[in-house]
Each structure stands twice: as structure tokens, then as C-alpha cells.
Write a protein that binds this ligand. Sequence first.
Ligand SMILES: Cc1cc2nc3c(=O)[nH]c(=O)nc-3n(C[C@H](O)[C@H](O)[C@H](O)COP(=O)(O)OP(=O)(O)OC[C@H]3O[C@@H](n4cnc5c(N)ncnc54)[C@H](O)[C@@H]3O)c2cc1C
Length: 395
Amino acid sequence: MNVNFTEEELAFQQEVREFLKNHLPQHIVEGTANNGSVFVEKDIALEWQAILVAKGWAVPQWPKEYGGPDWTPTQKYIFSKECYHAGAPMLIPLGLLMLAPVIMAFGSEAQKTNYLPKMLNGEHYWCQGYSEPGAGSDLASLKLKAESDGEDYIVNGSKIWTTHAHLADHIFCLVRTDVSAKPQAGISFLLIDMDTPGVSVEPIITMAGDHEVNQVFFDNVRVPKSNRIGEENKGWGYAKYLLEFERGGGFSAHRIRHEIDHLRQMIARTRQGNPDFDRYGDLARRLARVEIDLKALEITELRILSVVSGGGNPGPESSILKVTAVRLEQAVNELAVEVMGYSGLIMNPVTDGSPVRTDYLSSVVPRYLNNRAASIFGGSQEVQRNIIAKLVLQL
Ligand SMILES: Cc1cc2nc3c(=O)[nH]c(=O)nc-3n(C[C@H](O)[C@H](O)[C@H](O)COP(=O)(O)OP(=O)(O)OC[C@H]3O[C@@H](n4cnc5c(N)ncnc54)[C@H](O)[C@@H]3O)c2cc1C
């Protein structure tokens, strides 16, 4: 395998670096570094998205016909790496990287024309309505009921743990359209405007002090059947397709590498003039362990990228990415808290549900606490391991 970039690729890398130097605003870099939450603030993400859209670089994963830049896998890899290196935020993936592939693959022409451009220009901001009280790992037992009424469905029930539902104007939902069929066979995939009468959102404050997740209630919500993706009662297949992109759609290795860069800076600062630094005796060994595993993750991501670039979907291997990325990111979070020592005990005051964050250090503990949830959302680690055992290892 040739791991060297060609002349053209090196020129592209230079072009990306120049662009980031000239167009990535410092306040976005700072907002990203100081963020302890799963996604950066919505306004920061949308500001950066608009800059990338103007350049035609917002969604390298999208095919050219929908506005993607038509890059090779290596160009996508270079772009992602340079963005993280420069401190740019990840764009919010809920619409752009999770729902969009489903609309492209299974949506009607009208849905493609209506939703994809608005998602791209930031006019629509999506959240994901899969989980319910009593239906998480066992997602097929979901109960949000959608009853047929002429050209519409009437939706009743609730979704829970809905990330950014309080900020979103649209939600994609799995709904039960046939209660008599086998659980997987009676599910449909529905797009719902959050402004529809009967939709309400209640906050859930996490142990990190964030307002990030919510419970969404549906009380006789009327949704046109034309908002259904694909066929009625075939939603389970579309839902699983989306989950592959949720778990394996990006380059987590670059993000973790960037976290390690911050960690190394923290270690250097802490070491200066600190005669007790010996207490970090095995820090170097543990960090090296993470970095070695990170290399393996990076290679696996590249392998999946080349499958997706060839027109395929990430497949069950995406579960390997999810399990490994979460394990490594949480290991880096833990090391960062340890390096902070007793300073890590001090949490910032919590105001209206959001901790006050002034610099990177003050986001270390919130990030550690927030990221505990990564072993749960997108499908828990245990459930991913079951998928790997069954579908990848054929056990
Ligand atoms: C911060 C956060 C954000 C989230 N955002 C969203 C969102 O935006 N949209 C959305 O739809 N959902 C979201 N979720 C929900 C998430 O997908 C579910 O929490 C997850 O699927 C687990 O479901 P559950 O909470 O019902 O736990 P359960 O399914 O009840 O699992 C409880 C425990 O049992 C284990 N377990 C369950 N089944 C098995 C099994 N078969 N084998 C071995 N172990 C098993 C699990 O690993 C877990 O440890 C979010 C969750 C969190 C924490």
C-alpha cells in the first residue's frame, strides 16, 4: 500500500491549509476548543457551515449532483485531517450526514428537492427521533403511533434522549404504522416539522450540566403521508441504513488526534516547575497505548471510506469504528482529568443549564462527564459488540 501523497494531493493539502488560514475565524476555533458538549453550539456550527457552503466544501460525503465537491477518498481524508488540525468544528451531522443519505437513497424526488438544499444552507436543522422510553437498544419495540387518516397520519406518543430537539425545526422519526405485524415489519420513517401543533419538547439536563437532550411529546400531531420516506412499514430497513452512517460516517481518528494534541499541551504546562510530576509515572505508557490503537482506528476508517466512496454503505464494520473511537476518546478524557489533578474537582458554576466555559481547561471535566454518554448513544457498546460478533465475525 502506498501511503505517500501524490504531487496533486500535496497541492490540495496546501490549498485546504490556505483556505483554513484565511477563512476559519478565531472565535470559531475558540468556541470549538472550549466546547465540552457532543456538538459545538448551533450558531458556531451554522456559521462554519455557511463558510464551507460558499466554498462548495460543506459535505465532501455528498455526491456531486447534490452539491458535494466530488473529491477522491484521499482528498476527503486530507480535508478532514486539516480541519481538525486547524481547530475547525465538526458540522452537526444529524441532517447532513445521517438523514441525507437516507433521503438520497430512499426519498422521493420531491423530498430530495425540498429537504437537501435547505439542510445544506442551514434553513432546516434536524434532530433524530428513534429512542423512546422503553425502546433504546431494543429499538424495534418502539410505540410512537402513526394512525392513517386520509392523506395524513395522526401521531401520538413520545421520543426521548432527542439531542438538540430544543434547537431543531425538524425531526425524523420512526413510527409504528402497523401494530399487528412483527415489531420490525410495522415501522415507518416519517419527517415531521417541529412547529406542527401538538409537538412539545421537555429538557433533560445531563450530569455535565448541559441541556443537550430532551423528551419530545406528540399529541394528535397531523403529518402528511407525503412526509414518509419510502414505503409504509419498511422504515426499519431505512433506519438501519441511517445507523450505519451514524456510526461509521466520519473520521473520529482525526478528532481524537486533536484531543491528544490538547492533552500533550496540558501535560507540558503541568510538567513545568512541578516537582511532583512523577505521580504521572505511567502517563506516557498509557498515552502511547491510545496512540497505537488510534493508528489502527485510522486505517479501519480509511478502509470504510474507500467502500463508501465506491458507492457502498459503511456496513456492520461501522460498529467497530464506534466501539473503538468511543473507547479511545474516553481514555483521552480520563487522562486529561488526571493531569488536571485536584483542579479537576472544580466545576464551573451552572447557569440556566449550561456551564460557563471560558477556556479549554474549564471544559475538560464537562467534556469527560458529557462523553460518558458516548458509550450509550448511537447504540451502546454492548449492542455494537453483539453486531460485530454476529455480522462481522459471523459467530
Ligand atoms: C446523550 C445521549 C444522546 C442521545 N441522543 C439520541 C438522539 O438524538 N436520538 C435518539 O433517537 N436517541 C438518542 N439517544 C438514545 C440512545 O440511542 C439510547 O440511550 C441507546 O440506544 C440505549 O438505549 P436505552 O437508553 O433505552 O438503554 P437500554 O437499551 O435499556 O440499555 C441499558 C443497558 O443494557 C445493555 N443492553 C441492552 N440490550 C443488550 C443486549 N442485547 N446485549 C447486551 N447488553 C445489552 C445496554 O448496553 C445498556 O448498558 C441518546 C442517548 C444519550 C445518552
